[in-house]
Ligand binder design. Structure first.
Ligand SMILES: [Zn+2]
Ligand SMILES: [Zn+2]
Length: 306
């Protein structure tokens, strides 16, 4: 399984256009040891020829251009076989609207996520310009789904959606109560080799389901949005705690570093890193704590082969 990180930042990217936090100021000025990052998107392939994207970030056009295997091989063609959405947050799905150039799309999502995107907003009509422009394939928690290529051929990859504590996207807050399957993680498996990847880029808590998925994987991507619960409050950038946004912080007694200390996975990567997170600074004590625990901080262009 080939894994390529196209974007590794949380919503807003790093630096974020309207953010003057120490990290964003520092990276713009070249005054800190840190690298800019685009918003989260990961490409996967079993054969190196057909690719699946995990989430579709607002920066998808530049992300596709940044990686030659995703470039067309004919006048009208794309090696992107499908897109898998883990939730309906705009930083995860807005890129779909940039893939509208008369190209049929296949999107894997839970019914809750599909409904939130396809039935609730007028912009989505741009993906309904011709019959069959978008084919939705349903993800149901706990059910193994094969990722298919054209004509129903097998891609060599299958996945199971795993319920992960999350929240509705901000633009749908208050429209309906608590809904199931609004945010999922993914257990992705390569049939031939049995290699397994766990992908939880947004996760509010390590539940029994989440734990089972990350324990079985040899490569784990996990929610790296915030180092501490009060990161935005401490920087006077917001009132919300990490938990209010359904992101488990990395540090602290109840954080993901402590909760996931005993994983067998040989590759453990924090992704969806918010621009305020001190792990973005390569010489920070928080970054050192992450590395000492055997974790890496995802960077755009990172590749993993399982
Ligand atoms: Zn996000
Ligand atoms: Zn910032």
């Amino acid at each position: 399984m080939h894994v390529r990180v196209l974007g590794s930042a949380a919503g807003g990217g790093f630096p974020q256009w309207n953010c003057g936090c120490p990290n964003c100021r520092g990276v713009r000025a070249g005054a800190i040891r840190a690298t800019p990052r685009t918003q989260e998107c990961v490409a996967l392939s079993a054969d190196g020829e057909h690719w699946f994207l995990l989430n579709a970030s607002p920066e998808i056009r530049a992300q596709i251009e940044s990686f030659a295997p995703l470039h067309p091989r004919a006048p009208r063609h794309s090696p992107i076989a499908a897109i898998v959405l883990t939730n309906g947050d705009l930083d995860h799905c807005l890129g779909l609207l940039s893939l509208r150039e008369s190209q049929p799309l296949v999107v894997y999502a839970t019914e809750t996520v599909r409904r939130g995107i396809a039935e609730r907003n007028v912009f989505y009509r741009t993906l309904q310009r011709f019959e069959g422009q978008v084919t939705w394939r349903r993800l149901e928690c706990g059910r193994e789904t094969e990722l298919l290529l054209d004509g129903g051929r097998s891609s060599g990859l299958s996945l199971a959606a795993v319920p992960a504590p999350g929240k509705p996207p901000v633009h749908l807050e208050g429209l309906e109560g608590k809904v199931a399957e609004e945010n999922v993680g993914l257990s992705i498996r390569e049939g031939a080799s049995g290699h397994a990847l766990a992908y939880f880029s947004s996760c509010g808590k390590v539940t029994a389901d989440v734990r089972r998925a990350v324990e079985q994987a040899e490569c784990v991507f996990f929610d790296g949005t915030f180092w501490s619960a009060t990161e935005l409050i401490d920087l006077e950038l917001g009132q919300k705690r990490a938990e209010d946004m359904a992101h488990l912080p990395i540090g602290g007694a109840g954080g993901s570093l402590a909760a996931l200390a005993d994983l067998r996975a040989s590759r453990r990567v924090f992704i969806h890193v918010n621009n305020t997170n001190p792990i973005l600074r390569e010489d920070s004590v928080e970054g050192e704590a992450v590395r000492a625990a055997g974790w890496q901080v995802a960077a755009d262009g990172m590749e993993i082969v399982l």
